[in-house]
Design a protein around this ligand. Structure first.
Ligand code: ATP
Ligand code: MG
Length: 571
């Protein structure tokens, strides 16, 4: 490609609204342009990267026994009413009506559509297992579309669905998809980690997320470097603490005038924050519950939500708390709470012996509180947010934390959709059985952005060679004469060897060309200039390296081919 002809408008200025580096660089380097919030056009460079990722995904999906199909984006409401998700999916579902006033939505995902598709064609056990996938635009009216391609309202997803005869079959599909995902992200040249994740209260199933490690990631990953444990912070667990062995004291009222926060009370009574009992009130689908945590802990709302099996979970407001306890926040307590409010205590609270809790009375707390003795507990469980430094639930060593971008997820659906939408097959004995399903998504456009979040420097993007828009940019320092002719010869030779090459033939200073090459992030740059005239050599510089190598034309071509081979070998 001649750069002079490429539709690749680079910008010197960073777009004002861009918060993360991938958004800034992809706009500046001319890969994408915004159409409206969370909706983008891909310019030629962006489209090439997208296609490269898609190709890797397609090869790995096809290679693991899946078949590509294409389903409609426009989906009738009837299917979503059948599955029960028309109302549950909420504001994220892009809804619309046709001229006959019939309801439709733009597919955010395709469980409904594919279940209906397969249900009409599936008869015998002989047709299973079956794996079908597509790569297509998805639509979600995200509450906060942001970070460029990372959280869009229109984005490209690969979604695959597996259909098996039983759980054992699903286990195999799940594992094979998991392995295929490892190959996809390795081949894209990304540093990633698979983590155990939340399947929601209703799924109640098994799932892993594939996280691309990056500081800007919206997700927290909790992992252990001593063993294999790794989980999304939303569900990460820590080892159960051992019971405290202290002698039980007698519950005593103490004055804590003006001391309202955990920090204030701990400092005032000269005790660690971990000796306090934090009392919180939540509304689960409108019903008030009391939640207790150790003072130094914070609540993990997802864990609580899954335990309560509710749709909506919000903090109770000030008025509610006042009504329940007769007291302002700061001194609220499970002690003396009326029987109708269920009390959920985190495991750590259950094991406390001489804790400090509020007294439901302004300016007072209780000390020597023993949960179970001094107040009732209705249920205990793991409700706390695990932090780096907590003990690994598997091996007990200290856990660590990192940030990640969720690029893919594999999920055991079981019979959730088959039951709701009547997807059966007939087994060897002629009996009707429910099909057991799995679903597997990769955010193709989010992976593109994640690759940038992980590969950049102050000058621009540094594409992993496997997904780079082009492998090589040739920069001739002149636009005519021998230098230019030699650069054109090299260009033709590289193209002839299958190397994806751009020649920057613009009438610009070399400095400008270098700047754009760095911004766009071609993995390899070959300069034809002074060193050619003086010594018959090209300067080959890898985007990731500081120094250039001086090579003869033949050696330069060989070097390019070996770098490409090293960067694109299958995992
Ligand atoms: P998130 O928690 O980030 O909203 P999700 O759990 O809703 O993601 P899935 O329904 O599992 O996502 O979708 C499969 C994949 O699609 C995700 O792993 C992610 O890579 C991608 N994806 C989801 N939502 C978006 C979005 N708004 N923009 C871009 N990619 C997305
Ligand atoms: Mg989402």
């Amino acid at each position: 490609m001649r750069f002079s002809q490429m539709f690749s408008p680079t910008l010197r200025e960073t777009p004002a609204e861009a918060e993360v580096i991938s958004h800034k660089l992809l706009v500046r380097a001319g890969f994408i342009r915004k159409s409206s919030a969370g909706i983008y056009s891909y310019l030629p460079l962006g489209q090439r990267v997208l296609k490269k990722i898609e190709t890797i995904v397609r090869q790995e999906m096809d290679g693991s026994g899946s078949q590509e199909i294409m389903m409609p984006i426009l989906q009738p409401a009837e299917l979503w009413l059948e599955s029960g998700r028309w109302y549950v999916y909420g504001g994220e579902l892009m809804r619309l009506k046709d001229r006959h006033d019939r309801d439709f939505c733009l597919g955010p995902t395709h469980e409904e559509l594919i279940t209906a598709l397969v249900r009409d064609e599936l008869n015998s056990w002989r047709q299973l297992p079956l794996r079908l996938y597509q790569i297509q635009n998805k639509y979600r009216d995200e509450r906060r579309p942001r970070f460029g391609l990372m959280r869009g309202r229109e984005f490209v997803m690969k979604d695959l669905y597996s259909f098996d005869r039983d759980e054992a079959g699903l286990d195999i599909s799940y594992q094979e998809m998991f392995d295929a995902y490892v190959r996809v992200f390795s081949r894209c040249g990304l540093d990633f980690r698979s983590v155990e994740a939340d399947s929601g209260a209703i799924g109640g199933s098994f799932t892993h997320e594939f996280m691309v490690l990056a500081e800007s990631g919206e997700a927290e990953i909790i992992y252990c470097s001593a063993c294999s444990y790794a989980a999304d912070g939303e569900i990460a667990a820590a080892k159960m603490p051992s019971p405290q062995e202290a002698e039980e004291g007698e519950i005593t009222l103490v004055a804590t005038p003006g001391q309202e926060t955990i920090q204030e009370v701990a400092a005032y009574l000269q005790i660690p924050e971990s000796s306090l009992i934090k009392t919180l009130f939540y509304k689960a689908d409108g019903k008030i519950v009391c939640v207790l945590l150790r003072g130094d802990r914070s609540l993990n709302e997802i864990k609580l939500k899954n335990t309560l099996n509710c749709f909506e979970l919000d903090m109770a407001d000030h008025q509610d708390v006042l009504k329940i306890t007769g007291c302002q926040p700061g001194y609220v307590s499970p002690i003396g709470l009326t029987g109708s409010i269920p009390v959920y205590a985190d495991d750590e609270v259950r094991l406390m012996v001489n804790g400090v809790a509020g007294a439901n009375q302004k300016d007072y707390h209780f000390k020597n509180v023993k949960p179970g003795r001094d107040f009732k507990i209705d249920a205990t469980g793991d409700f706390r947010q695990v932090q780096a430094g907590d003990a690994c639930p598997k091996c007990g060593k200290k856990l660590k934390s990192a940030r990640g971008i969720e690029a893919g997820q594999v999920f055991k659906l079981g019979t959730k959709y088959s039951e709701k939408m009547n997807l059966y097959y007939t087994d060897e004995n002629g009996e009707k059985q429910l099909v057991v399903m799995g679903c597997y998504g990769i955010g193709v456009s989010r992976t593109l952005a994640a690759a940038v979040e992980q590969n950049y420097d102050k000058d621009g993007i540094i594409w992993p060679i496997a997904i780079a828009p082009y492998h090589v940019v040739i920069v001739p320092t002149a636009t005519d004469g021998e230098i230019f002719q030699t650069a054109m010869d090299l260009y033709e030779k590289l193209l002839g060897s299958g190397v994806e090459t751009v020649i920057d033939d613009r009438d610009e200073r070399a400095g400008v060309k270098f700047k754009d090459a760095d911004l766009i992030g071609y993995p390899i740059r070959i300069t034809v200039g002074k060193k050619w005239t003086e010594a018959g050599q090209f300067e080959l510089k890898q985007r990731r390296e500081k120094e250039a190598e001086l090579l003869t034309p033949q050696a330069a071509i060989e070097r390019v081919l070996s770098l490409i081979a090293a960067g694109t070998t299958s995992a």
